[in-house]
Design a protein. Sequence first.
Length: 104
Amino acid sequence: MSIFTKIIAGEIPSEKLYEDEKIIVIKDINPKAKTHLLIIPKKEIPTINDLEFEDRELVADMFFVAKRLAKDLWITEGYKLNFNVWAKGGQEVMHIHLHLLSDI
Ligand code: AMP
């Protein structure tokens, strides 16, 4: 079970900004920008390499949640969205998550 699955299950505390039936958004515990959020699917998919065709709507939904949060947080003039993939790509938690970063 990934640390994010434990967060989703409420076993580990987090600062939650958004939740729906498929996705949760929390503040990164070690922020690398003024705003640093993690958009996490409740489905535990280890890495982008493990995505299945059936996951396409879920991944699209993650971007729409990012768009909505950027608007709600007034950072639409500048932010970054990124997935780290595998250890050499900087991925530490093997449960896909979209980083949303902004210094606005
Ligand atoms: P990555 O390196 O792409 O796997 O990103 C993992 C991110 O999760 C890092 O930016 C960590 O700071 C963050 N992180 C790890 N544990 C927690 C936690 N318990 N709550 C919030 N963020 C976390």
